[in-house]
Ligand binder design. Structure first.
Ligand SMILES: Nc1ncnc2c1ncn2[C@@H]1O[C@H](COP(=O)(O)OP(=O)(O)OP(=O)(O)O)[C@@H](O)[C@H]1O
Ligand SMILES: [Mg+2]
Length: 233
């Protein structure tokens, strides 16, 4: 299911994966995390009888849809894009509260599952950083995430979690998310001779034969495309 969603991704993933799975998509600002995840979701679900939920927590659904259209990733009615407003509407949240957003997201996901049943197969949360920044206690957040991961697997979902970070700033494996996930996809920027090249690198993907090399990523008219391995490797 994952191999066919982004053009050229089969250069990196030699075998396909089964759901349920939790995949962490990590990278520095502007590394195409949002474009990659939305592309995976809309390409997999378009013209199918399945549905997905894309939760955009860094921007509104409208701004997200505008950006994706500009990059050439088409919207499909099989993907429902929700934002913080939709989450806050689930409960009466006062301005001074630190609501348990993880519990609210789970409530929203379960409601969607109840509505769509087996047809609901994909979920994306963009991003964990935005989610954590609105919550109070770090230690309890990590604990809640452990249960959240388990619950998403039990619901049979392919879940993509977006996280900001890079190998060089040491934030990469600081949390437990990467260990708890079935897969870690790193989207990075390689800077040589004043030129920045975007790349994708699969660090981990359970039950999948994959390349560990950095492969160049380019934006074409029809969205993002994975090219060959970076020569500077
Ligand atoms: N129409 C376009 N054609 C080519 N490249 C584009 C276009 N629109 C945006 N971009 C590139 O895509 C980048 C943003 O991609 P995206 O939003 O997927 O990244 P991101 O990793 O999610 O960023 P952030 O960390 O801000 O969330 C922009 O910084 C820009 O370089
Ligand atoms: Mg983004």
């Amino acid at each position: 299911m994952l191999r066919d969603t982004v053009s050229g991704l089969d250069r990196v993933l030699r075998t396909d994966i089964d759901i349920p799975k939790i995949v962490l998509v990590i990278g520095p600002p502007g590394s195409m995390k949002t474009s990659f995840c939305f592309s995976v979701m809309s390409r997999h679900l378009a013209n199918s009888d399945q549905v997905g939920m894309y939760l955009t927590l860094e921007e509104t659904s409208e701004s997200h849809s505008r950006n994706m259209k500009s990059i050439g990733i088409p919207a499909t009615e099989n993907v429902v894009v929700s934002d913080f407003t939709d989450i806050r509407e689930l409960e009466d949240i006062g301005d001074d509260d630190f609501p348990d957003y993880i519990a609210l997201i789970e409530k929203m996901v379960r409601g969607f599952k109840q509505k769509h049943g087996k047809a609901f197969t994909m979920l994306a949360i963009d991003s964990l950083g935005a989610l954590y920044s609105l919550m109070d206690d770090d230690a309890s957040v990590r604990k809640s995430m452990y249960h959240f991961f388990k619950n998403m697997r039990d619901l049979g979902l392919f879940t993509m979690l977006i996280m900001e970070g890079s190998v060089s700033d040491g934030r990469f494996y600081s949390g437990s998310e990467a260990f708890l996930s079935d897969g870690v996809v790193y989207l990075g920027m390689d800077s040589t001779k004043g030129k920045i090249t975007r790349f994708v690198q699969v660090e981990k993907m359970r039950a999948c034969e994959h390349s560990m090399e950095r492969h160049a990523v380019e934006v074409s008219k029809s969205g993002i495309q994975v090219l060959g391995p970076l020569l500077s490797n």
